[in-house]
Design a protein around this ligand. Structure first.
Ligand code: NCD
Length: 306
């Protein structure tokens, strides 16, 4: 079921498979700090064509904790791609050096392209604006761990829902569960893309679009905040116009439910004020820490099986 499987889109996973990953991650949490030997002798290749902090280092740490090794690049200028080598040739060669490939690339569909070439499993760590499935596994795991369930919650996504791949993948992931209400809160220019809206409608999910967080915050159990994806704007002037258009601070939180949790895939820019970090609502650093057990679980399932 999991062994040798490519991880390209969160849509390829059933609800039961996601729960299986969560249960495995929960077991991994107990072993954090130890070096296991589940992936002894295995090599994970990390190919990052775009900046990363959490994703690259948590994959690397997860692999280390499982007893495996990593080969890694995060600066394209230091690879033969700078000499004109194609992505396809690079993948073909790295495939021979490793047992699994994690790739982040600015081109939509790059991970799928790599998976079509490589014999080893390929994990999508972000392909342009399109998807970021392992981030969604972490996001859903955090909700599952903190709230004890994913069903029957009112979930709000705030921010750049147009260019943000973490938000897009999370919407697709949430479709696997029985949501109560889905609030999509963004400036009008950054609303979900048509194909995402079509998926929601196809699944019969009712969603509420608004640009006013304070209007709906008192009905939200989980608020997922994202930054405006400046690097993806075709027109820098458009970014300048929209930037700073939303911000969570203590004054906004007076509208919050008592047990609201705030998540964010990070990095944050200015959309969550630092004063929020010390409130009971802030779960984004906890969420980042779950990157290790969740990626350990996934790597184990993909490389060693169940
Ligand atoms: C996200 C990404 O790269 O899409 N970062 C991450 O992996 N945690 C979110 C972002 O960059 O805004």
């Amino acid at each position: 079921m999991f062994k040798d499987r490519d991880v390209i889109s969160i849509r390829d996973f059933t609800r039961d498979e996601l729960i299986k990953i969560f249960n495995e991650a929960f077991k991994m949490e107990k072993n954090i700090g130890k070096r296991l030997d589940i992936l002894k002798d295995k090599v994970l290749a990390l190919l990052f064509f775009e900046p990363s902090t959490r994703t690259i280092f948590s994959f690397q740490t997860a692999m280390y904790r499982l007893g495996g090794e990593t080969i890694i690049f995060s600066d394209v200028k230091k690879t033969s791609i700078a000499k004109g080598e194609t992505l396809g040739d690079t993948i073909r060669v790295i495939d021979g050096y490793s047992d699994c490939i994690v790739i982040r690339h600015w081109i939509e569909g790059a991970a799928k392209y790599a998976a079509d070439i490589a014999e080893s499993p390929v994990i999508n760590a972000g392909d342009g604006t399109r998807e970021h499935p392992t981030q969604t596994m972490i996001d859903l795991y955090t909700i599952w761990r903190v709230k004890g369930r994913i069903d029957n919650l009112n979930i709000g996504l705030l921010g750049d829902l147009k260019y943000g791949r973490a938000a897009t993948s999370l919407i697709y992931g949430l479709l696997k569960f029985n949501l109560n209400k889905l609030y999509l809160i963004s400036p009008a220019e950054l609303k979900i893309r048509d194909e995402v809206g079509d998926s929601l409608e196809g699944a019969g999910i009712k969603y509420i679009e608004t640009n006013d967080l304070t209007d709906v915050l008192d009905d939200i159990d989980v608020l997922y905040v994202t930054r405006i994806q400046r690097e993806r704007f075709p027109d820098p002037a458009e970014y300048e116009r929209i930037k700073g258009s939303y911000r969570i601070d203590k004054s906004v939180l007076k509208y919050a439910k008592d047990d609201l949790i705030i998540l964010h895939p990070l990095p944050r820019v200015d959309e969550i004020s630092y004063e929020v970090d010390e409130t009971k609502y802030a779960y984004y650093f906890k969420q980042a820490s779950y990157g290790i057990p969740v990626r350990m679980a996934l790597l184990k399932l993909v490389m060693a099986g169940e």
